[in-house]
Design a protein around this ligand. Structure first.
Ligand code: GDP
Length: 326
């Protein structure tokens, strides 16, 4: 008997509607949907192709959507299939999304070789990232060559996106030396490529100086074993004028090729898979705390601990005992 999901074959054939429906299953909170999504993903393992997964971060207004539109159109123009996904920290709180607005990336969204998907709304950022990682796997099965994972630069989301990506690109605005200090060291440390956007018109000279500043700052960072000579790199681009994009793409490809040849690519992906496995287990355990019974018991025990009727450790043991049976 064929137990394959009806979405399996159309997905492998690259059908975008099947892909959209599969992602909806992945994002669903319904138990039957989740089960179906898990089986579908498991059945697709090893099938389809391998995309270049590019994480892209930058603060609001830096030009992410303008960049993705121009960069995506350049790639689709070369015959590549490009998927754009988002990890939006605000969607976890509001259900809104950085890619929810359909007017963003208008041209790219009309392109048959492109697929654009807003951020899932989940109850917390970790959940958004987990679901996005599964959406990336679905895009790969559907034969996309490049998957861009966009996030707003506000802290924790970049680290999560870096755990989904092969390459991490940071988009920055031309700025004075003082503002450079404001870029968190943690973000610089995970960036493979810093693109200083808006290197055009009046901002061109500032952008050139900013690139030099960042290049200097990058040289001060400890060299990572996963980088060839010269990386991480800083480059100027103008998303508005589509300038510097081909160079940026060349750099991304050469870095990816080097990592493949040196064995870092597979090792990184294996490490990421292990990381997300642990995250799934952790999330599953935490979900057990999120039932009415568990919440009520937690509240009772917390009261007993607060009033000194029970010791914290003994109360926790009680709670864990209850969860074990869940
Ligand atoms: P996002 O919030 O990061 O997605 O930024 P947007 O792509 O919406 O761009 C914010 C503003 O910056 C818009 O007014 C864009 O037209 C402008 N912008 C984006 N890229 C460039 C660029 O390369 N040069 C210039 N001069 N402006 C740009």
């Amino acid at each position: 008997m064929d137990t394959r999901d009806p979405l399996h074959d159309p997905l492998l054939a690259g059908d975008r509607r099947a892909l959209a429906r599969a992602i909806t299953l992945v994002e669903s909170t319904r138990a039957d949907h989740r089960e179906r999504a898990a089986a579908l993903l498991d059945g697709l393992r090893g099938a389809g192709g391998e995309a270049l997964r590019i994480g892209l971060s930058g603060t609001p207004g830096v030009g992410k959507s303008t960049f993705i539109e121009a960069f995506g159109l350049m790639l689709t123009g070369q015959g590549k299939r490009v998927a754009v996904l988002a990890v939006d920290p605000s969607s976890a709180r509001t259900g809104g999304s950085i890619l929810g607005d359909k007017t963003r990336m208008e041209q790219l969204s009309r392109e048959p070789r492109a697929f654009i998907r807003p951020s899932p709304s989940a109850s917390h950022l970790g959940g958004v990232a987990r679901r996005t990682r599964e959406a990336v796997a679905l895009c790969e099965a559907a034969g996309f060559d490049v998957v861009l994972i966009e996030t707003v630069g506000v802290g924790q989301s970049e680290t999560l996106v870096a755990q989904i990506s092969d390459l991490f690109v940071l988009l920055l605005a031309p700025a004075g030396g003082d503002e450079l200090q404001g870029v968190k060291r943690g973000i610089m440390e995970i960036a493979d490529l810093i693109l200083v956007n808006k290197a055009d018109g009046d901002l061109r000279a500032t952008a050139t100086r900013t690139v030099a500043d960042y290049a200097g700052a990058l040289r001060l960072l400890r060299k990572r074993p996963t980088d060839p000579e010269g990386f991480p790199k800083a480059l100027p681009v103008s998303a508005l004028e589509s300038a510097g994009l081909a160079r940026a793409w060349d750099e991304m490809r050469s870095l990816a090729d080097w990592r493949r040849a040196e064995g870092h690519w597979d090792a990184t992906r294996a490490g990421q898979a292990a990381h997300w496995f642990e995250e799934e287990v952790r999330a599953g355990l935490l979900a057990r705390l999120d039932t009415p019974e568990a919440r009520a018991r937690m509240a009772d025990l917390a009261r007993e601990v607060a009033t000194g009727t029970r010791a914290a450790r003994a109360a926790a043991t009680d709670m864990l005992q209850m969860l074990r049976g869940a």
